[in-house]
Design a binder for this molecule. Structure first.
Ligand code: FAD
Ligand code: UDP
Length: 374
């Protein structure tokens, strides 16, 4: 074994979990091999120019939002930012209404003229179906906006997205979407809402540009040969790591349908339009809104959820969490491996949460505390 084939750390997956861990460990003086089975870095946040020169997100629209100053400061080492606040409309019947549900949604849907937060609050109080302890996503939606808004905006979207009824998903899924009594129509309420000015892939390139990091894309972990390492950081699906020995952990997948519209400055008024009801897809995103790119044409993407295919979402429901816990118990016996990231921790993490988890993981590894489960 030559020294070139020997590393302090092998990191599997070049998304946020793997790339942030790699950079932190390399900054602390370690020699790191970072591999990804895909032909590129960035994981699901990867962006690239399409055949028409429009910057797109091939694995679905990625908008950076966080309340963590630490995470923004960290990523700012590798990118400048563009200020961007995402807005989403939902198509219900023939109309387009702001989602998250806000004062405008309620007024325009029901022909009302509620003018204050208090008036909207009183309206919601009259339609809500309170639940003492919301357990499912249905409990969350019914107790915040009542049945009619639930059926119009949530039930169909959720069935398409997850292949499950709202009542069969943990509360945290629908709890991602707030209800507003104001006319704030931003999708996210976080303090920091930004897009990397040169794109996500560029940011990852900067992060991985370090003499201590060797990157190999197109390299599946299971086919890696002739390499020796001290410790592994694994950010792929945890059940695959253990050969699905307790059975497959369910993940939800997506099929993406891309379209370029030449000589069309814009296709839709907001970055994303959600289609909760009649169509087979859940949403259409127009990337130029997100990236601010100037181009005579525009590129859009429809998302069609599916059961099979690349794992994109853990499916938060009690039986899946119970199965994950069994895999997690196995992982705790592997002091030579640290599991971090959305698929390895089976958590519905946003990008900033994965950055936070990877920073914590690298901190523990650098201080010699070994296996880093959070
Ligand atoms: P990933 O990005 O999935 O990276 C894991 C990598 O491991 C992959 O590249 C994979 O190829 C590689 N890998 C797996 N197994 C192996 C193996 N055996 N050998 C080699 N390589 C392997 N978050 C936001 O904050 N804002 C958003 O707007 C947003 N939108 C999203 C939209 C969609 C459609 C999806 C699916 C996710 C979205 N997210 C968003 C979440 C975001 O993508 C994740 O939080 C983040 O990218 C997860 O990073 P990760 O490193 O954990 O995993
Ligand atoms: N959701 C919905 N209708 C919407 C938007 C969201 O029912 O118009 C529900 C749905 O279950 C979805 C979840 O809220 O999966 C979380 O939405 P989010 O936009 O955060 O999903 P992501 O961007 O992670 O796919």
């Amino acid at each position: 074994m030559t020294p070139q084939n020997s590393y302090d750390f092998l990191i599997v997956g070049a998304g946020y979990a793997g790339a942030v861990s790699a950079r932190q460990l390399a900054d602390a003086g370690a020699r790191v091999l970072l591999i990804d089975k895909r032909p590129h870095i960035g994981g699901n946040a990867y962006d690239t120019l399409d055949a028409h020169g429009v910057l797109i997100h091939p694995y679905g629209p990625h908008i950076f939002h966080t309340n963590s100053r630490e995470v923004v400061q960290y990523l700012s080492r590798f990118t400048d930012w563009r200020f961007y606040e995402h807005r989403v409309m939902a198509k219900v019947g023939a109309g387009l209404y702001p989602i998250p549900i806000n004062r405008t949604t309620i007024n325009s849907l029901y022909g009302l003229r509620l003018e204050t937060d208090e008036a909207v609050e009183a309206y919601l109080a009259s339609v809500r179906e309170p639940r003492a302890k919301p357990r499912t996503s249905e409990d969350v939606v019914l107790s915040s906006v009542g049945r009619d808004l639930c059926e119009k905006f949530f039930r169909g979207y959720t069935r398409k997205q997850w292949g499950l009824d709202l009542a069969d998903l943990s509360a945290g899924v629908a709890a991602r979407i707030p209800t507003r009594t104001s006319d704030d129509d931003r999708y996210f309420a976080d303090t920091y809402q930004l897009m990397p000015a040169g794109g996500y892939t560029r940011m990852f390139e900067q992060m991985l540009d370090h003499p201590g990091i060797n990157v190999r894309v197109g390299q599946q972990f299971e086919r890696l040969e002739g390499i020796r390492w001290g410790h592994m950081v694994y950010s792929g699906p945890i059940d695959a790591f253990f050969d699905h020995c307790y059975g497959k952990l369910p993940y939800r997948s997506l099929r993406f349908e891309h379209q370029h519209l030449p000589d069309t400055p814009h296709f839709q008024a907001t970055g994303t339009v959600n289609y909760p009801n009649d169509e087979d897809f859940t949403r259409i995103t127009e990337f130029k809104h997100l990236t601010g790119q100037q181009h005579p044409g525009t590129s859009i993407m429809r998302e069609f959820p599916q059961a099979e295919g690349e794992p994109f979402y853990p499916i938060p429901r009690p039986e899946n969490e119970a199965l994950f816990k069994r895999y997690q118990a196995l992982s705790e016996d592997r002091s030579d491996v640290t599991f971090v990231g959305r698929l390895a921790q089976y958590r519905y993490y946003n990008m900033d949460q994965v950055v936070g988890a990877a920073l914590a993981c690298a901190r523990r590894l650098s201080s010699g505390q070994g296996s880093a489960q959070s």
